[in-house]
Design a protein around this ligand. Structure first.
Ligand code: SF4
Length: 451
């Protein structure tokens, strides 16, 4: 039976079917709904929110070392926080299959930059899998686990906003249990001393070579990579949601090489595909990640000179930039109401924000996520937006932390200084505690005001 699911819901189903035992995550759009959709499978999959992305990776990687299949999710900027363990895991390899989701956000719908996390796979020298629709979101999880185990590598599972949130019909399967072998202590493999890391590097390079070979052969058989040959005039190499757009825009007869395993690139397969078409396009969002490598291999292709480096793609843009066809718009006289983002009605932080907004004679620095809403009317207390526990607000942050700690406890939030409150809905927020929070904050801030 088929089910209508978003990419994130389908990924959660994929986690269940792949026999994964542990999922650890830090929330962040567009990744959040993956873990939110795992509770129906709680008998088989243990899942938890982590206090940050680094912890999420470490929890999941610990389970992998113990032999279980494990999964963890975050948005793309979260991978910056988790980069340290990920890179080290890349050298140490895995026990059970270990898959890390990075949900990228082209066009910055909900993010502070547009970073393209495909570069992380290349920098960490690990395999990368990219689904393009909800069915693949589900199916590729099991394939990613198999890849991880066979090639002894963490797998970066890269999605984007449109892959995460678009819906499609998904054919479910059964859960295939994965039995963890008995734990065996393995210092050589899982203690990353310099000597071990030095000895591991050649293994990592050999792993990439074998993965590239796999991308040219078995990945075509199991559907991770797909080749659709047309009349040989135009060929398109693409991946992720860009494939869906290209399928809609390019004319009939176009050949497609659609990659699900996007690092390492299957260069022999690409070379063969390129030799069968007269003109080759590379269609991808954001950076010329595939295009640069293809050009570096001496294969002529057209890509970013048409598509540009900015923002997410869509069918209209593709049609305009590749085929030169302008979209025809109809104008209406209706002006839609402006609906800027706002704090949830019962947000437990409103009292704190309100009090800060009443004290105008100092600069308040804030964190990412819902904190950014503090810069907007009507509260408008926040004057700078920072990156987590960085340096810009060092002088002010300690005092803010002191104020925040009792507040976050009152609100039931697990981590001070982080505002996205997974698990705290506006219904759960306690209105009576707002007065208490505001008075504590008032007391604190008035004491610390500058003369
Ligand atoms: S998600 Fe949580 S922290 Fe953010 S506005 Fe809503 S209640 Fe407040």
């Amino acid at each position: 039976m088929k089910h209508l699911m978003s990419g994130n819901e389908a990924t959660a189903r994929g986690v269940y079917e792949a026999g994964i035992k542990i999922c650890s995550a830090y929330p962040g759009t567009p990744s959040t709904e993956i873990l939110e959709n795992l509770p129906p499978y709680q008998k088989d999959v243990y899942c938890e929110w982590a206090p940050n992305e680094k912890v999420a990776v470490e929890v999941a990687y610990g389970a992998s070392i113990a032999g279980s299949r494990s999964f963890c999710t975050m948005k793309m900027v979260g991978l910056n926080v988790a980069a340290d363990p990920l890179f080290t895991a890349g050298y140490m390899g895995v026990g059970g299959g270990f898959v890390v989701v990075t949900a990228d956000d082209p066009s910055c719908h909900s993010s502070q930059n547009e970073q393209d996390n495909r570069h992380y796979a290349r920098a960490a020298k690990i395999a990368m899998v990219e689904p393009s629709d909800p069915q693949e979101c589900k199916d590729f999880v099991a394939l990613a686990c198999q890849l991880s185990e066979e090639f002894d590598t963490p797998v970066l599972y890269r999605t984007t906003t449109r892959v995460c949130h678009s819906k499609g019909l998904v054919q479910w399967g059964e859960r295939r249990e994965h039995t963890a072998p008995p734990y065996r202590r393995n210092v050589r493999k899982f203690v990353c001393t310099p000597a071990h890391a030095y000895a591991n590097h050649p293994l990592v390079e050999e792993r990439l070579r074998r993965l590239e070979e796999y991308g040219c052969t078995r990945a075509l058989e199991n559907g991770l990579n797909k080749r659709e040959m047309g009349d040989g005039k135009v060929g398109v190499i693409t991946a992720s949601v860009a494939y869906e757009y290209a399928k809609e825009v390019f004319p009939e007869g176009t050949s497609f090489l659609k990659l699900g395993l996007t690092f390492p690139l299957p260069m022999d397969l690409i070379r063969d595909f390129a030799s069968r078409v007269e003109k080759l396009y590379v269609i991808e969002e954001l950076e010329p990640f595939m295009e640069d490598q293809i050009k570096a291999a001496g294969i002529p292709c057209v890509g970013k000179e048409l598509m540009g480096l900015l923002y997410e793609l869509n069918t209209q843009l593709l049609r305009e930039r590749v085929l030169g066809e302008k979209a025809d718009f109809r104008k209406t006289d209706v002006t839609p109401a402006s609906r800027p983002p706002a704090l949830c009605p019962g947000c437990p932080h409103r009292g704190f924000f309100y009090t800060l907004s009443k004290n105008k004679n100092y600069v308040v620095t804030g964190d990412i996520g819902c904190y950014t809403l503090g810069s907007a009317a009507p509260m408008a207390w926040k004057k700078t937006g920072r990156i987590r526990e960085g340096t810009a607000g060092r002088k002010l942050m300690p005092m803010m932390w002191k104020a925040w700690t009792p507040i976050s406890r009152t609100a039931g939030s697990a981590v001070k200084m982080r505002s996205s409150c997974s698990g705290i809905s506006s219904k759960q927020a306690i209105p009576t505690s707002m007065k208490d929070m505001a008075s504590r904050t008032e007391f604190f801030t008035t004491r610390r005001q500058r003369p």
